[in-house]
Write a protein that binds this ligand. Structure first.
Ligand code: HAM
Length: 418
């Protein structure tokens, strides 16, 4: 038997309903905050991700699904959406009329990570991006939106972590201090960290190896190295979150796994997912649009891990699974033909009916109606047809009424509609 690829998964009926609900709540909230949906391709030129996310990141170094197409051009299954949305914003000159644009997109991403709980090789993200707003209030709006979405989905035990990564002015000073600190600890670090320390020392702060985390415990904090403009930006973020009543913790280790960030970074973390604690992550990336060939344009955004959110949201699948309104137990061929017509007519009127096409006994059909958790069963056989009536049974109260076959669909509607 052919099985699915390791790290990939099916989202089956019974589970997918919660996903649909989350998606509808997220869409509603995005629309209320003025975000427009954008749909971007699943594949892009490899170069787009390599340049945006950074050559020295785990994603680009070892996790991308990259392959040559038939002409030999390197293409990559998208590991994230931000780079593509920037590419699209630039390509379609969406900055030309009004540079302020708010986008959201929902879809699958691909990273060849080691699969474990909460970590998949095809996973889904809910992304939001704001272009053209330099004000820290755009960062705050995103965190506020996340908080609202999570509480609408009854997601308990989540905490917002924030940090600032500075800008091209102040980051080099911090990097120098960090590199000096790392140099004094190289013996304790993993080989990846030693290799990256000169090219990308921030990655060392992000390393998950326990020995590295311990060695970096007293590393310098970027917040102490921010230039006045970045420090003020971060002050406004904190003050506005406070005044909106959004709780947060400042986490100086929060450097994120992608290189494009400037200033504010944030994650929504939870303890319910074991090692995979981030349900959402994001931040400001003021230099990316320019780096990809567009105008100098500030931007900020986030992505929620949909799979992780579906796991931690306080939602019960059972509440979202639609059961048939009606099971039609037709007891002979002629009744079956009538039942099928009713089923089709009811379906077009928003009433979900189901039936047995094999002409099984009444007993076995009633059992099936029970298994399907139909709210009502309509019984019709030769006897009923002769009388011109069918029997409608409420499966919960066991009450039965007769319904004339003539114009049956119209007569049934008020009886079974909520
Ligand atoms: P990220 O932190 O790489 O950021 O991913 C965002 C979220 O996607 C994570 O917090 C996590 O919940 C989920 N996620 C990531 N990898 C996996 C995986 N292998 N399995 C399951 N879930 C996963 C970004 O992707 C940025 N593009 C976010 C952003 C948007 N920054 C600015 N705008």
């Amino acid at each position: 038997m052919i099985q699915l690829i390791r790290g990939f998964k099916d989202i089956l009926p019974g589970e997918v309903e919660v996903w649909q609900y989350i998606e509808s709540v997220a869409r509603g909230l995005f629309e209320d905050f003025g975000f427009k949906e954008i749909r971007i391709p699943i594949m892009e030129k490899t170069e787009l991700f390599a340049r945006s996310i950074g050559e020295d990141t785990d994603i680009v170094e070892k996790e991308m699904y990259t392959f040559p197409d038939r002409k030999g051009d390197l293409i990559t299954l998208r590991p994230e959406a931000t780079a593509s949305i920037c590419r699209s914003y630039i390509q379609h000159k969406m900055y030309a009329d009004d540079p302020v644009k708010k986008f959201y997109t929902i879809g699958p991403m691909f990273r060849r990570e080691r699969p474990q709980k909460g970590r998949y090789r095809q996973f889904y993200q809910i992304n939001a991006e704001i272009f053209g707003v330099a004000s820290p209030l755009a960062d705050v709006e995103l965190i506020f939106l996340l908080k609202n979405l999570f509480s609408r989905l009854s997601t308990g035990d989540v905490e917002a972590h924030i940090n600032s990564l500075g800008c091209p002015e102040c980051r080099p000073v911090f990097k120098a201090a960090l590199t000096e600190y790392i140099s004094s600890r190289t013996d304790a670090l993993c080989s990846d960290c030693v290799r990256r320390k000169d090219r990308n020392p921030l990655r060392v702060l992000d390393c998950k190896v326990p020995a590295c985390r311990e060695a970096m415990e007293d590393a310098p904090s970027i917040i102490d190295h921010l230039c006045p403009a970045c420090a003020q930006h971060f002050d406004v973020v904190r003050a506005s979150l406070d005044s909106l009543g959004v709780p947060f913790v400042v986490n100086k280790r929060l450097v994120r796994g992608l290189d494009y960030y400037t200033r504010t970074t944030f994650e929504i973390q939870t303890r319910s997912l074991g090692a995979q604690s981030a349900v959402a992550g994001g931040g400001r990336y003021d230099g990316l649009v320019k780096m990809l060939g567009g105008p100098d344009m500030p931007a900020t955004g986030f992505a929620i891990g949909f799979d992780r959110l579906a796991e931690v949201a306080g939602l019960d699948n059972q509440d979202f699974i639609r059961k048939p309104d009606l099971y039609i137990a037709a007891l002979d061929e002629e009744s079956g033909a009538m039942a099928f017509e009713w089923l089709c007519a009811l379906g077009t009127q928003g009433i979900q009916a189901t039936m047995d096409f094999e002409g099984r006994s009444l007993k076995s059909q009633m059992k099936r109606a029970g298994r399907n958790e139909a709210r009502f069963t309509l019984i019709v056989g030769e006897d009923e047809r002769k009388k011109g009536l069918a029997i409608l049974r409420n499966m919960k109260t066991r009450e039965q009424v007769t319904v004339p076959l003539d114009n049956l669909v119209e007569r049934m509607k008020p009886l079974i509609q909520y």
